[in-house]
Design a protein. Structure first.
Length: 83
């Protein structure tokens, strides 16, 4: 339902925007750029397959979605949050 809520507010030619937020605790072996590098292709590839014809762009100031990645030691959690 979340994607449909955002899509209903945007015309088909408007890009859906997102940002990746990272919080690392007790995790020195994972680098921020490595995490972003792993997440971003999933967004572009996975969402374009799910929603063909839509474009996705990064917007750090006012995104439609935030992808939050939190790591604690050897554990990792990922959440997708609407604006």
């Amino acid at each position: 339902p979340t994607f449909h809520t955002v899509l209903s507010k945007k015309s088909p030619d408007e890009a859906i925007t997102f940002k990746v937020e990272i919080k690392r605790r007790l995790t020195s072996h994972l680098k921020r750029d490595d995490i972003i590098g792993a997440i971003t292709p999933c967004v572009y590839g996975g969402m374009e397959e799910l929603l063909p014809g839509r474009t996705f762009k990064v917007n750090l100031s006012d995104p439609d979605f935030s992808i939050r990645v939190e790591t604690i030691k050897g554990l990792c959690g990922v959440s997708i949050l609407e604006r």
